[in-house]
Design a protein around this ligand. Structure first.
Ligand SMILES: Nc1nc2c(ncn2[C@@H]2O[C@H](COP(=O)(O)OP(=O)(O)OP(=O)(O)O)[C@@H](O)[C@H]2O)c(=O)[nH]1
Length: 422
């Protein structure tokens, strides 16, 4: 690269270009110029480097702004000072050139912002002048330049301090804002997490509630099923499996309680003991299946004649019992005869060739309030046997047997069969 001679560098004149820039605006500085100023700071200057940078700047076609022109003049003044002091350059360099150069630079001050002018690189102008005046023995001017330098430097320091405070405040505000933002963010996250937790708790509660309700429903259903099964079992234990009417257990249970109840009240309780005549012959002739069917038909026919308050039960085999509350002997006899008639009139030809069946019925009424149910049933049984003995298909009332026996005891005469039958 072409390196201009020191002479050329020293004599290089600066062409001041008027650049219209606002005075408040800080102008950009070419980095080569800034480095030149740095290079010129130490007491021993790297001449080649300085010359290289100056040449680069001089040959550059880019126009210089007012601040750059100012600094270039300062650089040139410094070069003159430094190179002269190191005795490298020619002795005929006019020292007044420094003053001229710096005077030119000062003329540019009006185009440079005050803020930029107070920067150390720009203020060097006054230091150079002060040193220059001092070397010439012009101490007053040197003093004034130095004083001016210090005044401006003070402003520069003050501005720098204020700028630093402002930047610190700004960074503090930023940090404060960042911390506040972080706090708000973490608070938001906490809120979201809490909301999620609450939702999760609600879901668990709902699940538990559903589980409890479901379990409760299952338990209730099981309880009712158990109740139904229990009731069915109870019903079965009280029902005759073949005919569906009350069985022996139910008969004795109801019979005992009814007798107890009627022992306290004036109304009467009657019992019918019904026995199919020659039922064995049916079994023998047509088989047990037909016999069972007959029993079922008879049970149904008798049940149809019962009042809602009555109880009809199968005592066992072909024997049935009817408990008739609020039925005196006359009513009980009437019911018994109605049953007898109904059975006798029923046509069994659908299940067997024998069309007709008859019944023997014994009737007993609770005539003694001290009577037990077994005794009442026994009376009915005696009456029923009497009916069988009389030739079956008849109704016999125990009260009449008793009366007849009493009479017989009185007259000591044998009773007539017709006396007992109705
Ligand atoms: N098919 C059937 N027969 C039964 C049942 N229980 C008892 N028997 C029969 O009923 C018959 C009763 O016979 P008996 O006690 O001699 O009485 P009967 O033949 O009716 O004669 P009388 O009572 O004197 O008129 C027997 O043959 C028993 O086997 C039953 O549940 N089903």
């Amino acid at each position: 690269s072409e390196t201009p001679s020191a002479e050329a560098i020293k004599n290089k004149t600066v062409v001041i270009k008027s650049v219209q820039t606002p005075v408040t605006q800080v102008l950009p500085i070419n980095p080569d110029l800034t480095e030149l100023l740095v290079q010129l700071k130490p007491s021993t200057v790297d001449r080649h480097r300085v010359e290289g940078l100056l040449a680069k700047l001089t040959l550059s076609k880019a126009p210089l702004n007012a601040a750059e022109q100012y600094l270039l003049l300062v650089v040139q003044a410094l070069v003159k000072e430094k190179l002269e002091s190191t005795a490298i350059v020619n002795q005929d360099i006019n020292k007044s050139n420094v003053v001229e150069l710096l005077a030119q630079a000062e003329k540019l001050s009006g185009q440079i912002a005050e803020e930029q002018l107070v920067q150390p690189d720009f203020l060097q102008l006054h230091l150079i002048l002060a040193a220059h005046f001092e070397n010439q023995g012009n101490y007053e001017s040197a003093y004034l330049e130095k004083k001016y330098y210090l005044k401006k430097y003070h402003i520069y320091r003050k501005n720098k301090r204020l700028a630093m405070i402002a930047s610190l405040e700004k960074s503090f505000e930023m940090q404060d804002k960042k911390a506040t933002n972080a706090l708000l963010k973490s608070q938001n996250e906490l809120k979201f997490r809490r909301v999620a937790e609450v939702k999760e708790e609600q879901a668990i509660q709902q699940y538990n509630f559903t589980l409890i309700i479901g379990t409760a429903i299952v338990f209730i259903l099981l309880f009712f099923r158990q109740l139904r099964v229990r009731n069915k079992l109870i019903r079965l234990t009280l029902t005759d499996a073949l005919t569906g009417v009350a069985n022996r257990n139910a008969l004795f249970e109801s019979g005992n309680s009814m007798v107890k109840r009627f022992s306290d009240q004036p109304e009467e309780l009657s019992v019918l003991l019904l026995d199919l005549d020659n039922f064995k012959n049916i079994n023998d002739a047509y088989g047990h299946n037909v016999g069972d069917k007959v029993l079922m038909i008879v049970a149904r026919l008798v049940k149809e004649t019962m009042r809602s308050r009555d109880l009809f039960a199968r005592l066992g085999g072909e024997e049935f019992v009817a408990l008739l509350p609020y039925a005196d002997i006359h009513k009980a006899k009437a019911i018994a005869m109605h049953i007898n008639e109904k059975i006798a009139q029923f046509n069994f030809s659908l299940i067997m060739s024998q069309r007709q069946l008859t019944m023997s019925i014994g009737v007993a009424t609770m005539n003694n309030k001290e009577m037990k149910f077994d005794e009442l049933l026994h009376c009915a049984d005696l009456a029923m046997y009497q009916a069988k003995e009389q030739g079956r298909n008849s109704v016999v009332c125990y009260q009449h047997i008793a009366e007849s026996q009493e009479r017989r005891a009185d007259t000591n005469t044998a009773p007539l069969d017709s006396e007992w039958e109705f």
